[in-house]
Design a protein around this ligand. Structure first.
Ligand code: GH3
Ligand code: MG
Ligand code: MG
Ligand code: MG
Length: 311
């Protein structure tokens, strides 16, 4: 995989020398004329390594490092700061701002390459660890820990006054009679069913949404749609796609299954715990009223609409 290096320097000469050199070494290089431009590029690209000058107009290297470190809590970007001198106090300040490494100007090219290689090793390790920490091992979707973190975050954003974040809806999925799949086809084929179901969910996640495995055969999706109706139609697509799915066991035996869905809009709930509890109540209703259906928590009793219900 390509390594993206972002160079920020107000000197066109420095930018060109570093860019040419790193490109010749096989890196994909982006350049910025100041900290502000670098900050914008950082948001539009997945930057592995930042090499930034200290003194630049609009935003300096220290502030840039500080902003990136504040946002990049998983340390996906390795920050190298270029300084003209080796003033100890300056370097301490820079380390505290979030710089990982230094390069003294004028830049020694073999040293530059060595620093970038070291940074590459570190950022790759961090990325693998972050992936492991966030992902459900069996299905590859978010694990419960990371899902809850993101849900809490979105909930807070939607709550903040003046925030442009649109209210979202959650959908809790629980595979129907999953125990019977394990009993009939064995646990490892049950695992295959879980993977296929997770793939089906992932294929239907709308932009800005996400899906996680809550445990066992239970999954949850955040649907960022502004209105509940389009969130319901997304969940219904997952339900229909699931019932149309034919899974083949390792022994070549085909089988199918269905899923029950409990939904709740975030608007009007008191907390994430309340939101999840209401979605769970809807799910309970979906199960008890016959499974393979979507039930939405709402005001005004239970309304039966074809295959989905509004509680
Ligand atoms: P319902 O329609 O009411 O949801 O019934 P169910 O059988 O799906 O629900 P139940 O909670 O009784 O059973 C869930 C089963 O999921 C029990 C458990 O052994 C199985 N399970 C949990 N985690 C895994 C897993 O990682 N792999 C496999 N193969 N099975 C799992
Ligand atoms: Mg400068
Ligand atoms: Mg369950
Ligand atoms: Mg189940």
């Amino acid at each position: 995989m390509e390594t993206n290096v972002l160079i920020a320097d107000d000197s066109a000469v420095v930018r060109k020398i570093l860019k040419d050199h790193l490109e010749a070494s096989g890196y994909h290089v982006l350049v910025a004329r100041d900290g502000q431009e670098a900050w914008d590029l950082y948001h539009r690209n997945d930057i592995h390594i930042l090499i930034t000058d200290l003194e630049m107009p609009r935003m300096d290297g220290l502030e840039l490092c500080w902003l990136i470190r504040a946002e990049d809590d998983q340390h996906r970007t390795f920050c190298i700061l270029m300084t003209a001198d080796d003033d100890i106090q300056r370097r301490i300040e820079a380390f505290d701002a979030g710089a990982d490494e230094f390069l003294t100007k004028p830049i020694d090219m073999p040293m530059l390459r060595a620093r970038v290689r070291a940074g590459e090793r570190i950022t790759r390790t961090h990325r693998v660890m972050a992936e492991m920490l966030n992902t459900d091992y069996l299905t590859g979707v978010l694990n419960r820990r990371r899902f809850m973190e993101r849900l809490e975050q979105d909930y807070r954003l939607a709550r903040d006054d003046g925030s442009p974040a649109a209210p979202f809806t959650i959908a809790l999925f629980d595979i129907d009679h999953f125990k019977a799949i394990n009993d009939t086809h064995g646990h490892s084929n049950g695992d295959i069913a879980l993977k296929r179901f997770a793939e089906t969910c992932a294929a239907h996640v709308p932009p800005g949404g996400f899906v996680g495995r809550m445990g066992g055969e239970e999954f949850c999706m955040v649907l960022p749609a502004g209105d509940v109706e389009s969130a319901i139609s997304k969940a219904e697509q997952v339900r229909l796609a699931t019932s149309a799915l034919v899974v083949t066991t390792a022994e070549g035996v085909p089988f199918s299954f269905t899923v029950s869905i409990g939904m709740c809009p975030a608007e009007g709930t008191e907390s994430v715990a309340d939101l999840l509890a209401r979605a769970d109540e809807s799910l309970y209703f979906a199960k008890n009223s016959g499974r393979n259906r979507t039930v939405v928590a709402g005001t005004g009793g239970v309304v039966v609409k074809a295959r989905f219900y509004v509680m």
